[in-house]
Design a protein around this ligand. Structure first.
Ligand SMILES: NC(=O)c1ccc[n+]([C@@H]2O[C@H](COP(=O)([O-])OP(=O)(O)OC[C@H]3O[C@@H](n4cnc5c(N)ncnc54)[C@H](OP(=O)(O)O)[C@@H]3O)[C@@H](O)[C@H]2O)c1
Length: 349
């Protein structure tokens, strides 16, 4: 029996035609929809709720889903995708991303992880497979930010290239169409570009109005690597253990609220529309129908417009407020989380 409660698929009459959702052409010629949907429920939503939201969003026209083995829900999402495809959506119309987690970087493990994701998702290829973090450092689910893996290591380029070689092999094996990175920095990306056989098509990175990462964003665009923006709304409902006293809240920003009031939408929608107009591919998460529907509509050029003056105003509210700091991946006790992000251009050892 299916674990997914929703077993029927009916395209919503008032839904968005997936053919009119703009697509980005990646550096290998593959096309990716200009917006995707996140699937990380954290502590708040169960796997079945998320799987049902995948079906609901697909009924409304969403075709791109951002998955990862570490989210622990690929089996249920696989059941959802089965319902979607049985309902008439061709596989080729979907764009499914997954990621290899940090404890699977070793010899043969990247390929094993991809095969497991494929089996769980019920697919015979992925559209995009990402290295979730450039560190092989494990942390258990739900641990506090003070927790450390005693075997944690710094970024070691030689090791990362062994991981990347397996990513390249997956393309050659036909198991994935495109490969990319996540949580990379300019310093690390320069080394990867120097030594790779197959260039990453995308880098998934934190991007929202209070964390715009202009230098990294421009570097990716210049090198024809598509930025995919995670936490596009500033992850307002993330667990308390992932919040610090200095974190700011995008959807409470007066500029975001002013534009939302003009457009008559929730401030979250302004964050998504800003992302689309700036050129990253946002992957907002929501299990609520009204939210994932309005998020998808943001990809449509005819649905609302943030003016050039408002875009300039939004560019000026960057607070350089990184929310996903990655503390649990540090490898020494005397370190600051900033050591993960090569802010001075040097990879910390
Ligand atoms: N590569 C990585 O390392 C990485 C890291 C983090 C996240 N991600 C990916 O990025 C996705 C999104 O990140 P996220 O979930 O942390 O942050 P987010 O998308 O910025 O925020 C999600 C929250 O925003 C609210 N929301 C969504 N749409 C809304 C709307 N239209 N109106 C009002 N509120 C809305 C929802 O809150 P309520 O539920 O309270 O309504 C939802 O839980 C994840 O699911 C995951 O796929 C990747």
């Amino acid at each position: 029996m299916s674990a997914v409660k929703k077993t029927t698929f009916v395209m919503a009459e008032e839904g968005v035609d997936p053919n009119i959702v703009p697509k980005k052409t990646l550096n290998n010629g593959e096309k990716m929809p200009a917006i995707g949907m996140g699937t990380f429920g954290s502590d708040r939503f169960g796997n079945i709720e998320i799987a049902n939201a995948v079906i609901g969003a697909a009924e409304y026209g969403q075709r791109a889903f951002d998955c990862a083995s570490v989210y622990g829900n690929e089996k249920e999402i696989g059941e959802a995708l089965k319902v979607v495809m049985a309902g008439g959506v061709p596989r080729a119309e979907l764009f499914i991303t997954s990621k290899v987690w940090n404890d699977m970087h070793g010899d043969g493990q990247v390929i094993a992880s991809c095969k497991k994701s494929l089996a769980d998702l019920g697919l015979d290829y992925l559209d995009l497979f990402l290295v979730h973090w450039p560190f092989p450092n494990f942390h258990a689910k739900g641990v506090t930010v003070d927790s450390r893996d005693k075997n944690a290591k710094p970024y070691i380029h030689e090791n990362f290239m062994k991981t990347w070689a397996q990513m390249e092999q997956l393309v050659e094996m036909g198991l994935v169409k495109s490969i990319g990175t996540s949580n990379m920095t300019i310093a690390k990306m320069k080394l990867l570009l120097r030594d790779c056989k197959i260039k990453p098509v995308a880098n998934e990175m934190e991007l929202h109005p209070h964390f715009q990462q202009p230098e990294l964003f421009d570097f990716m665009i210049k090198n024809d690597i598509q930025p995919i923006g995670f936490c596009p709304i500033g992850s307002p409902t993330r667990p308390d253990r992932d919040k610090t006293a200095t974190d700011t809240v995008d959807i409470e920003d007066p500029v975001v609220k002013k534009i939302a009031a003009r457009l008559g939408v929730h401030p979250a929608v302004v964050c998504i529309k800003w992302a689309v107009q700036r050129g990253q591919i946002p992957i907002p998460f929501s299990v609520f129908e009204n939210e994932y529907r309005s998020n998808l509509r943001c990809a449509l050029p005819d649905y609302m417009r943030i003016t050039d003056a408002e875009m300039a105003e939004l560019a000026s509210i960057d607070k350089q407020c990184r929310l996903i700091k990655g503390q649990v991946f540090l490898w020494r006790d005397d370190q600051e989380w900033t050591d993960l992000w090569d802010e001075d251009g040097v990879i910390a050892q």
